[in-house]
Design a protein around this ligand. Structure first.
Ligand code: NAP
Length: 283
């Protein structure tokens, strides 16, 4: 039986720590501030943005949600970002993705000032992750590293296998595991004999986007299994990329879906906003 890595519990611990630090900053006259821009009517995005606003309020971070119409032009969005780049009380800026098709996502990410890029998506912040000099880590990978360290799991000297090579999860988590001295292998849709590779893993991170893809026979006995996947079943239930029922009896540790990696992502956004505010004070 695997130990369950409880993302809700760990997330609540970190949020309590953040709230304390925010209160201390406020007593020095600085309230960390986050602006979230949402363009268009995507219902899922609206829910995510609302949750981000609520989470900010819970830890005492000021937040501003800016809703822009579906037919917003790229220029209008870039103007809004520039306005936020210049506002002192806004320390973090996040543009909710996906964006309507008339807007170039890359141009938008590039327009956010790197000191306010709390998603850590811009080229400068991605480069700093490679160099090990980053102020902000991308939220989902940062959350995974917290789940590991707060469960007493070190990647040092371990075989770490990551399935998925996206810019938001697969690539950055591979880099963070490497920075913690893991021996890292990255798999993707062209990887041959995937199960042979995954069976080597002491730590297996799965970020594919396919429900129940990783099964018990692909996992080494005692492995730490981190399931990043968030897939909606036909019945509306959320499920991961890992087939929990067959993997859990073999794994040493496992994150459930929901309640594993998911709750950590917004928590790390709060952490990055706090860090951005602290960085501004240091300047
Ligand atoms: P993505 O951009 O679609 O990337 C998926 C990756 O999986 C790609 O690198 C792809 O390989 C690889 N892949 C697809 N099929 C595969 C297969 N059969 N064998 C091996 N590799 C395969 O996805 P993402 O944005 O990283 O997200 C992955 C999952 O995590 C999704 O379910 C998403 O909803 C979830 N997610 C959760 C959170 C959270 O907060 N919990 C945050 C972000 C994402 P190629 O590169 O070769 O195409």
């Amino acid at each position: 039986m695997a130990k369950i890595i409880d993302g809700k519990k760990i997330s609540a611990q970190i949020r309590a720590e953040i709230a304390e630090e925010v209160a201390a900053l406020k007593s020095e006259g600085v309230t960390p501030g986050l602006a979230v821009i949402i363009v268009g009517d995507n219902l899922a995005s609206k829910v995510y943005v609302r949750n981000k606003g609520k989470a900010c309020a819970e830890v005492g971070i000021y937040s501003e949600i800016i809703e822009m119409a579906q037919d917003t032009s790229q220029e209008q969005l870039l103007d809004k970002i520039e306005e936020l780049n210049l506002r002192d009380e806004i320390h973090g800026i996040l543009v909710q993705l996906p964006l309507p098709k008339q807007i170039d996502e890359k141009a938008v990410i590039a327009a956010i000032s790197p000191e306010k890029d709390v998603d850590a998506f811009c080229a400068e912040n991605v480069g700093k992750i490679m160099l090990g000099t980053a102020s902000f880590l991308p939220c989902t990978p940062a959350g995974i590293m917290q789940l590991l360290s707060r469960s007493g799991i070190s990647p040092e000297g371990k075989e770490c296998v990551v399935i998925g090579r996206s810019n938001i999860v697969g690539k950055p988590i591979s880099q963070l595991l490497l920075a913690e001295n893991g021996t890292v292998t990255i798999c993707h849709s062209k990887t041959k004999n995937l199960a042979e590779v995954t069976k080597r893993a002491d730590i297996l991170v799965v970020a594919i986007g396919r429900a129940d893809f990783v099964t018990g026979d692909m996992v080494k006995e005692g492995a730490v299994v981190i399931d990043v996947g968030m897939n909606r079943r036909d019945d509306g239930k959320l499920t991961g990329d890992v087939d929990f029922n067959s993997v859990e009896p073999r794994a040493g540790y496992i994150t459930p879906v929901p309640g594993g990696v998911g709750p950590m992502t917004i928590t790390m956004l709060l952490q990055n906003t706090l860090t951005a505010a602290k960085n501004r004070i240091k300047k």
